[in-house]
Design a protein around this ligand. Sequence first.
Ligand code: AMP
Length: 221
Amino acid sequence: MSSGTRIVLLGRQGAGKGTQCLRLSRHYVVPHISTGDMLRAAVREDSALGRSVEKIIGGGGLVSDELIIEVVRERLKKADTQQRGYILDGFPRTVVQAEALDLIAQDLPLLGVVDLVVPRDLVLSRLSARRVCRDCGANYTATGVVRSPWSCDTCGGDVVLRDDDTPDAINLRLDLYESQTAPLISFYGQTQRLHEVDGVGSQDEVFDRITEVIDRAGGGS
Ligand code: AMP
């Protein structure tokens, strides 16, 4: 079995998963696999996958389990993942996906699941101010100052409001999180893989809490 960090980061949209995953990916030198970023890239490329999911993503719904499981299955076959492990962000989102991950990743089993806990009213205000780099996925917070065009400090890409960060889509996504993703908490709790981490605090504080949990679970090797 390969060594490396193999974790899933769970948490409501706007809990800070994207930001923390980028930092964790650099810290542990492990691929950050965001299914949302992969699907948005497919939409930008106007691929067959992108065309099939564009409307669903824009409306804040979930794409089918079958389709997203296939996307992740293919991604986990790549050499970087086989050698270094993975930090999964946005997958699994349903118990069906979690069961599929256990099968797909039999040779690279999950070391732990971190649930980043942030209350709903706090994520609502964060999401309305969130801006994201179209190219590398870096997150920014709109402060009211207009920077036009707004370029990413990391890669120079366009920094934009996501189509699904409108109030209606945000509420739908949060409702879906409660109904479909929250059961994952029980699923991973029952198999002793769940670690709850308080996601309220500075980025550094939250990062330290997460790395402590991952190191304890043996994922920092
Ligand atoms: P995210 O960036 O993780 O919020 O994902 C953006 C959108 O991509 C979601 O609102 C869904 O439409 C779709 N998506 C990403 N990951 C999944 C998944 N695991 N299952 C179903 N839909 C997903």
